[in-house]
Design a protein around this ligand. Sequence first.
Ligand SMILES: *Cc1c(COP(=O)(O)O)cnc(C)c1O
Length: 477
Amino acid sequence: MARTSARPTIALPSVDLLLREQACVTLIGRFGRAPVVEAVRDALAARRAALRGSAAERTPTVHDLIQDAAGRLAEQAAPSLRRVFNLTGTVLHTNLGRALLPREAIDAMALVAADASNLEYDLETGRRGDRDAHLERALCRLTGAEAATVVNNNAAAVLLVLNTLAARKEVPTSRGELIEIGGEFRLPDIMARAGCRLREVGTTNRTHLADFAAAIGPRTGLVMKVHTSNYVIQGFTASAPEGELARLCRERNVPFVVDLGSGTLVDLRAFGLPYEPTARETIAHGADLVTFSGDKLLGGPQAGIIVGRGDLVALIKRNPLKRALRVDKMRVAALAAVLALAADPDRLRERLPTLRALTRPQGEIRRTAERVSAALAPALRGMAAVGVVECESEIGSGAAPSQHVASVAVAVTPLAAKARGGALKRIAAAFRALPVPVIGRVQQDAYLLDCRCLEDAAVESFIAQLGSLDPAGTRSR
Ligand SMILES: *Cc1c(COP(=O)(O)O)cnc(C)c1O
């Protein structure tokens, strides 16, 4: 072995000796022998390297070494995927997991997770069944469609529809609808991957029925309409009405497909929310297929739902890609439970967390904000001012992008006007460092905690952890 040490080798306790210590025996009981042996070895190696590196380094005791090992074990055991408080004001936040599932869906998932189920097994005939069978009837009833199938997410639904009906063919689509949705979902790219040729129709702001009429020909696989879910084109605009476009497609014998994105099953206006087209309306307008997400306004698990004409859905189910894009049993269970709730719109508001959050009365949000504000003031130790302010929440995930819902937030404002940007960053970091991380948003000069998604049942635990807030960042490593 090469001698690199600046001072004589220091004898540290052996791995075996450390493992016989009672503290290590306790760690083995908790984490298992192999991880503890590894952690002890790593702790010894790190201390040895530190001793070699600096003559000032103190020789660790047995206690130090076991503490080091315990720290390593705790770090490894900590899950990476954690619960957080979503106080961003965006109810369906893609980066924070979108829709929260209702109790009914969680129970249904647990049931099939723990036990065998008839996922693809026909209990009447004893033969192989179809996993869509658990969802299809409800989806048809809720949307008025003939048939339905479900895949991994809406991006997969669009890919599968395009690949099934329009591979090596043209897909006329309005130039105003060539969307990109957060990062990787860009319609032209999906079309290319599906093997289709995008045929751009019209202009960015105006597309007429006649533009589609001129674009449809023998090479057309389907006509695609995309709900411009995360932007609005305003001013001198025109688009071909859905019903007329559907009629044109029927005359020319090409399927008319609508990607609704955040498809809702219920009319949101009945709940005082901005209008979003429903899957039922789109089918009624004559769309041959409609695709939408399971975890946006539907309020269910991640899924891509395809509803529409029976013959087209049958073709889609026969595409080998369907197998690669299918949903697992837990999502079938959760989605079935959410669809069962959607059948009863009168009670949907109280049962579906997404709808509950979106329709929460501003007065109730204000009461929550006031409780949080009162508890937060001492926790900030005079480093920032706290107040209750009105703000606007967003639905998120590309629903009603231009419209907001009135809400109330706790505003944390750094006291010094100088270097406010840095202070806001430190405040945001302090909230993220809480035991259950809190995610707010910076707006102008304040860090806002929009209390819309902080339900009454969670306020107490939210407030309880504010005691460990470290606004100055002094306790950070
Ligand atoms: C969100 C969205 C998608 C992608 O859906 P995922 O379920 O996130 O895969 C596709 N199209 C539109 C219009 C959307 O809004």
